[in-house]
Design a protein around this ligand. Structure first.
Ligand code: IMP
Length: 207
């Protein structure tokens, strides 16, 4: 007898345990289990476009492992800095950290910022892409000790807490990543239900 409770696996190309923990409950809701897949093979092209970066990495990884997989690329876009660090968030975090961003905004009252996430999910015969965005503001000092990256300095709209003060469930109610991942699984379910034989989905906002 086949075991119907066995979930299908999607390999998530990341070394970031926090991202894995955020994505896991969303995938489970849609009947998938997520397995972290070492991103040593992750090909990072230089681009101003998060989705281009994620697409390239996903196709490159798929050519190697040939299994259902997901790539997610995110960045913090600070309005007063004309969208910096954006696609360069990883490098900026490694070099100047969130303290560096606070310093750059020291004399600025304009604190508006947004996080964006680009997800590419390859599940034959589908290649699904989604963007998630969360707008909020940059605090004047760090708060909270959960999460990762710029979490301690970002407060999403309609919240008084930084991402670093939230549990994973709370962060998932607001986050750019949760929006993009949720969108990707919804599209996968819809395309599968429609019995489509192939598909490349690019739209940002269809639910
Ligand atoms: P990545 O390329 O998707 O790993 O993201 C680039 C950088 O953006 C990371 O190194 C983090 O510093 C930052 N970042 C991405 N997503 C988040 C988030 O959800 N919270 C805080 N920082 C994030």
């Amino acid at each position: 007898m086949p075991n119907n409770t066995v979930k299908k696996t999607i390999y998530f190309l990341t070394n970031n345990i926090h991202k894995y923990e955020e994505v896991k409950p969303i995938a489970e809701k849609y009947g998938f289990q997520i397995e972290m897949c070492n991103d040593a093979e992750k090909m990072e092209i230089q681009s101003n476009d998060l989705l281009e970066i994620a697409k390239y990495a996903a196709l490159h990884a798929y050519a190697k492992i040939g299994k259902p997989l997901m790539v997610e690329d995110a960045g913090l876009f600070v309005h007063a800095l004309n969208g910096f660090p954006g696609p360069y968030s990883s490098y900026v975090f490694k070099t100047i950290g969130y303290q560096g961003i606070l310093k750059l905004l020291e004399d600025t009252e304009e604190r508006k910022a947004s996080f964006r996430s680009a997800v590419v999910l390859i599940h034959e015969p589908f290649i699904i892409t989604c963007i998630g965005e969360t707008t909020g503001y940059i605090t004047t000092s760090p708060r909270g000790n959960r999460g990762f990256g710029f979490d301690p300095i970002f407060v999403p709209n309609d919240s008084s807490k930084t991402f670093a003060e939230m549990t994973i469930n709370e962060k998932n109610m607001f986050s750019h990543r949760a929006k993009a991942v949720e969108c990707a699984f919804k599209k996968l379910r819809k395309m599968t239900e429609l019995g489509l034989k192939t598909g490349i989905s690019n739209s940002i906002d269809d639910k």
